[in-house]
Design a protein. Structure first.
Lengths: 357, 272, 627
């Protein structure tokens, strides 16, 4: 495992009465693509701005490469930011935009020219140096913003919802572009988004945040397959989340039916949350399932069918490549390892505190 | 649909032609004819008499100095205001518009009271045992009057441009290594040029052409080009010469319109 | 630290902006009539303000013009913005360019150009012309406020409304209008404010008998502003401050709860805001309009019978006009001017047909020579008998057969000096060139007076047309300029009262008033001789109400009326019968008001020297002024 590059220790921040970050701890490794994922207002952008030096935390420290940079000015930090709306300098040409940081560092003209050339090539926008930002499309502006940041050879690139303003196709293209860039540059990316698909596609590590707390840290697979609480489960992908009762180890009662599962250690007859992904539900013949139900909705989604099945008065969301017309009686079967059991949070605010690594 | 919408500008077009364009043509007509209605350049040439040249030169000088002072005072002011809470912007505008509800002449006259030999300011200076400040009836007093009257027209356009600058753009500059000074000179200043230009023209033109301020605060000892024109119309009864001199003034006005057209294409730098 | 510096800077600027306003507010409580002296605290101006019909009707003129021009400009401007928005680029650039003209053009050029237009099309200068001018310079403010909002509105919402079956007009008022309303309102407010504050353009486009606050104040500047005006301005300012404070009351801070719901501001709050932002301004508008009509009806007792009077500033007791209107039923349209030279072109141009004017001697001669005056029918002016024969004889200098003019006031030009600042006896004009009094000398700001004094000092006639003599005088005046504190007309009065200067050239009529206010002042007619002048009533050829004019002149010659005027303006009256009525013996026999013939031996009356020589005088004077 590579070394820790950034260590965020006990950072808190509030605006007036509004607590945005609460005693947050997190470290980021060298050469990692780390994504801060969460709904708007979860504190992810504030955390990024603290890293960038645009905000000072109320308490806590930011350690970068072994040095405390908590109160270091943004222009003194070895990281660069790609802003949400690109924040290009409209009064400068593309070349001048890219050269901005280098000129301030007093680099030679030939060095700067080389860098501009290199950066434009990297983002596939050669020949644009004399254009003005206003004459570029959103995606092009986005790539210029990245070029402007990376020519400074930062150790870390901070990206604040950089693809938010782009359309779907462009967004997908840019995702691959970003992965390629990261691999070519070999630096750390810290990426902020509320789009789970982006997070799952690009990241090495995902940090799911809500209301100033970290909910879960893990690889995309961990996060998707083993959400640690209902929030994460709900936020990442589609899920069926049930109020369930843990009958005993390896047996859970979901809406009145008992399902075998693999989880242990929740005690007996304890209320828990049970999560089942829609694609993990197998629709079988009525008599073969753990539970019987009736298909109430059916939509063709391309790669699969999306169905809703009414069973024991609950709507079950099911993805399947097999089609069952509306009205069909079906049985519901779930493999034990596809049921994820989670402890109920004590209170809403305390949701999953202490899940730090 | 589109065509019928355009017709809504009809009344204005009529109005503008009747009361903006035709009057300007009248000035041209009077400025380029003599008493008998014959064409002449003489009225324009009047500007070259030593007295008129001096009045114009002095007006240019005073207007220039007061514009510079306005700019120097207004820019930091606009920056401070723009840095404050955003939803106070209407309050900011009000602070500068509010004095206009006290009549312009009265406000300027009040400066007489403040600046006179035995005026308020000198009384205060005396109280502290400081030497008195003899400024009334000097060009300095006129400049002060100009700065006082026209400062809002410098502050507001600059302020309006500054608040529109995306905070992220400034963050981006800092992020790319620019210090406070570099951020200012390379980003904030260039981006606020439309406001500055608009402010400059909105201060310079009225300062150049005023006759009231120079009358009230200059003790009628100092003739500016505005005074000359006013006298031609109101006293000398030579409307032709007055129009001719007005035409000369319009050169400066056209120049400022050209400046605005060049630097403020999108009309960002409006005062209000 | 940085924040503190910023706050300090803000504070200084606010002080700079508001110091004059505070000064005016303080002056509104000054019991002395002159601004130069603090006479103790009083609230009486706030009372007399509302009894002063002239000021109140001026106020309503101002407000009505501001309101109407802002309203009309808002309608035209808003329509224009929508039209311009849907134009193609070329036409739009043109329209916006035209819009920029009144914004960027010098006020003086705009005003002058409109004046030329109105005169060329023979429009009567008055309420309408001011209104047109104000609308013209107001429209751009509206357009510039509305256009940006219009740009921000989403075209799609308008199209969506059409798509949902709305008619274009309905769609506009339901969808577009609410979006641009803030722009329209701020445009309106701005236009209103600009109209209220305008002086220059009004100055050039106004006619007789109508004044806005600005022009009223300007005409009073030379005499000293009446304290009621300070009181009025203070009231207006405080009202607006209060209104703005109300409008800007922030709605109760919307509280974002943790669960993301927003607590709505309470209903009472909402109603309160509605009252403040809608009802109060609406009420204000109603009050203004109603008040305007009220005062209008009051001033226009009978629309048909009127007399248009054009007089010097502060040269008549306003009560006298009321009495005249009451007794005769003739409405007086009253306008003032500051100098003969300003009056002359106005009468000559014929743009306004005045019925009765009060020029000075030499100007009357000029008007006679240029055939601008009508003979007075003496049968209609029996009170002429009250005027002393001496003055009728003196008038023959400019009106040889006593056919055109009725003497109204007379006096001399002399030196007013402050005994505490001047310790030597003063009896010569030479003191005006004494370097000892540098920056303490106030000189008259009019050609003939300035040259007259100098020519007399040099021992020449003050009607000299000899170029050498005039040049000598000019050079002397240039030499004097560094010593002069200011060139003023009637402001000498205030400045001398306020101890601002040691020596001032002044009309004898002002001397009596100033001495009353400041006993240290002394008036003297220098031994070299001076100017003795007469201001007389005349009737211009183009007068439309000649008989009313004669009634008016006859009325002014009545002893009781002449006395009333004398007491108000303190200028010497040629009305012997009125002089007999003066109760205060010291004034009746005052050497200043009624000097002996011996003192006047060296004095001359100004004569009209012909247009050519006038031009020479003007040219030389401008040389002096621009040095």
């Amino acid at each position: 495992m590579p070394n820790k590059l950034i260590d965020i220790v006990g950072v808190s921040k509030s605006y007036g009465d509004n607590l945005v970050l609460d005693d947050l701890n997190l470290y980021i490794r060298e050469n990692e693509f780390l994504t801060l994922l969460g709904p708007s207002g979860c504190g992810k952008t504030t955390l990024l701005r603290i890293l960038g030096g645009f905000e000072n935390p109320d308490s806590g420290k930011v350690i970068f490469d072994g040095k405390d940079i908590t109160s270091l000015a943004p222009n003194k930090r070895q990281l660069n930011t790609v802003f949400q709306k690109y924040a290009l300098f409209t009064h400068m040409t593309i070349a001048e935009n890219i050269a901005f940081g280098l000129k301030i560092k007093g680099k030679s003209k030939s060095y700067i020219d080389d860098k501009i050339h290199y950066a434009l090539k990297l983002v596939n926008l050669e020949g644009y140096q004399n254009r003005y930002p206003d004459s570029l499309s959103g995606g092009q502006q986005q790539r210029i913003a990245i070029a402007r940041a990376i020519v400074n050879e930062p150790k870390v690139l901070l990206l604040d919802e950089p693809l938010g303003a782009l359309d779907l196709k462009l967004r997908q293209d840019m995702q691959y572009e970003l992965i390629r860039l990261k691999n070519e540059l070999g630096i750390t990316f810290i990426y902020v988004t509320h789009d789970q698909e982006e997070a799952l596609t690009m990241s090495d590590t995902i940090v799911v945040m809500n209301q100033g707390y970290i909910q879960q840290i893990g690889t995309p697979e961990d996060i998707y397959n083993e959400p640690e609480n209902a929030f994460v489960a709900d936020f990442i992908g589609d899920s069926n989340i049930f109020n369930a009762i843990m009958v005993r180890d390896k047996l859970v009662n979901i809406v009145g039916a008992e399902f075998p599962c693999v989880d242990t250690g929740f005690g007996t007859n304890k209320p828990v949350d049970a999560v089942i992904r829609p694609e993990d539900i197998d629709l079988v013949k009525p008599e073969e399932g753990t539970l019987k139900g009736v298909v109430t909705h059916l939509i063709f989604k391309g790669v699969h069918y999306e169905m809703e099945v009414l069973a024991n008065n609950y709507e079950w969301l099911v993805h399947s490549t097999d089609m069952f017309p509306v009205g069909t009686e079906v049985g519901i079967h779930v493999d034990p390892f596809d049921i994820q059991i989670m402890k109920k949070p004590e209170s809403e605010d305390e949701e999953a505190v202490g899940i730090e690594e | 649909m589109k065509n019928s919408k355009r017709l809504l500008a009809g009344p204005y077009l009529f109005w503008a032609v009747s009361f903006i364009i035709i009057p300007l043509i009248m000035i041209f007509y009077y400025g380029l004819t003599d008493n008998d209605g014959k064409f002449t350049w003489m009225n324009l040439a009047k500007i070259t008499t030593p007295e008129n040249l001096k009045a114009l030169g002095l007006a240019l000088l005073l207007a220039f100095v007061s514009t510079v002072i306005c700019l120097v005072l207004a820019y930091p002011l606009a920056m401070i205001l723009a840095g404050r809470n955003v939803n106070q912007s209407s309050f900011v505008v009000l602070i500068f518009i509010l004095p206009m509800w006290m009549n312009f002449l009265l406000r300027t006259l009040a400066w007489q009271n403040l600046l006179e030999k035995n005026g308020v300011i000198n009384s205060v200076l005396h109280f502290f045992g400081l030497p008195s400040w003899n400024v009334i009836n000097t060009p300095t007093a006129i400049i002060l009057g100009m700065v006082y009257n026209f400062l809002p027209f410098m502050v507001l356009p600059i302020y309006n441009v500054l608040v529109k600058i995306d905070k992220d753009v400034i963050s981006a500059a800092r992020d790319l290594g620019a210090g406070n000074i570099q951020t200012f000179t390379k980003i904030i200043l260039p981006l606020s040029v439309p406001g500055i230009i608009s402010g400059i023209t909105m201060v310079f033109v009225p300062a150049l052409t005023t006759f009231v301020i120079s009358n009230l605060l200059g003790g009628s000892k100092i003739l500016l080009i505005g005074n000359v024109i006013e006298q031609e119309f109101q006293q000398g009864s030579n409307w032709h010469v007055g129009s001719g001199l007005s035409l000369v003034l319009m050169i400066f006005i056209i120049a400022s319109m050209a400046l605005i057209a060049k630097y403020d294409k999108d009309g960002e730098g409006t005062a209000f | 630290m940085k924040k503190k510096l910023q706050n300090l800077y803000l504070l200084l600027i606010v002080i700079f902006l508001y110091a004059p306003i505070m000064t005016l507010m303080v002056l509104s409580f000054n019991s002395s009539r002159t601004r130069a002296k603090w006479g103790g605290f009083t609230g009486k101006w706030y009372v007399s303000l509302f009894q002063d019909e002239a000021i109140m009707s001026t106020l309503y003129n101002t407000l009505i013009i501001a309101l109407l021009s802002a309203l009309i400009a808002t309608v035209i401007g808003t329509l224009a913005s929508i039209g311009i928005q849907s134009m193609n680029r070329k036409f739009r650039t043109f329209m916006l360019g035209v819009t920029n003209i009144p914004m960027l053009n010098a006020d003086i050029v705009t005003g002058v150009s409109m004046m030329l237009l109105f005169i060329a099309f023979r429009m009567t200068m008055g309420f309408t012309t001011i209104l047109i001018a104000h609308i013209t310079f107001n429209i751009p403010y509206v357009i510039l406020s509305v256009m940006p909002k219009l740009k921000q509105t989403n075209r799609r919402t308008y199209e969506a409304a059409l798509d949902l079956g709305a008619s274009p007009i309905y769609a506009f008022f339901k969808v577009v209008f609410p979006d641009i309303l803030p722009g329209i309102l701020s445009g309106f407010l701005l236009a209103f404010t600009m109209s209220l504050d305008d002086f220059v353009i009004t100055h050039f486009t106004k006619g007789p008998g109508i004044d806005t606050l600005s022009t009223k104040i300007y005409s009073e500047v030379r005499k000293g502003i009446r304290p009621e005006i300070y009181a009025l301005s203070t009231l207006m300012f405080v009202t607006v401050l209060f209104l703005l404070f109300l409008v800007n009351l922030k709605p109760e801070k919307e509280v974002h709860e943790k669960n993301g719901t927003i607590r709505k501001p309470s209903r009472a709050r909402h109603t309160m805001r509605l009252v403040v932002t809608r009802v109060v301004p609406a009420l204000l508008v109603i009050v203004i309009t109603a008040g305007g009509f009220f005062y209008n009806s009051k001033t226009k007792i009978s629309g048909s019978e009127k007399v248009i009077v054009y007089n010097w500033g502060e040269y008549l007791d306003p009560d006298v006009l009321d009495i005249f209107e009451e007794e005769t039923g003739i409405q007086v349209v009253y306008e003032e001017y500051e100098t003969n030279e300003i009056m002359y072109p106005k009468v000559q141009s014929g743009a306004i047909s005045y019925d009765v004017v009060c020029p000075s001697d030499y100007m009357i001669q000029r008007m006679i020579e240029n055939d601008l005056l009508d003979e007075i029918n003496w049968d209609n002016v029996p009170n002429i008998k009250n005027i002393g024969q001496t003055y009728m004889d003196q008038s023959k200098a400019f009106d040889p057969e006593n056919k055109y003019s009725v003497p109204y006031c007379w006096g001399t030009v002399g030196i007013l000096y402050n005994k505490t600042m001047v310790d030597e006896p003063i009896d010569s004009w030479s003191v005006l060139w004494d370097p000892k009094y540098k920056d303490s000398i106030l000189m008259q700001d009019s050609v003939r007076d300035a040259f007259g004094v100098t020519l007399k000092y040099l021992g020449y006639s003050l009607n000299s047309t000899d170029l050498d003599e005039l040049n000598e005088a000019k050079n002397l005046l240039i030499k004097q300029k560094p010593l002069v504190q200011a060139y003023v007309v009637d402001q000498v009065r205030d400045k001398m009262i306020g101890n601002e200067a040691a020596i001032g050239v002044i009309y004898s009529g002002e001397a009596i008033y100033t001495q009353k206010e400041n006993p240290n002042l002394e008036y003297v007619i220098p031994k070299e001789g001076s100017n003795i002048w007469i201001d007389s009533w005349v009737i211009p050829k183009n007068a439309e109400h000649k008989e009313n004019a004669e009634k008016f002149i006859n009325f002014l010659c009545r002893p009781d009326i002449a006395l009333k005027n004398f007491e108000y303006i303190t200028y010497s009256t040629p009305n012997e019968a009125a002089r007999e009525l003066i109760e205060d013996e010291s004034i009746r026999n005052s050497k200043i008001a009624f000097p002996d013939a011996s003192e006047l031996s060296g004095c001359e009356t100004f004569k009209f020297l012909g247009d050519k020589n006038d031009a020479v005088y003007n040219e030389l004077w401008r040389e002096v002024k621009s040095k």
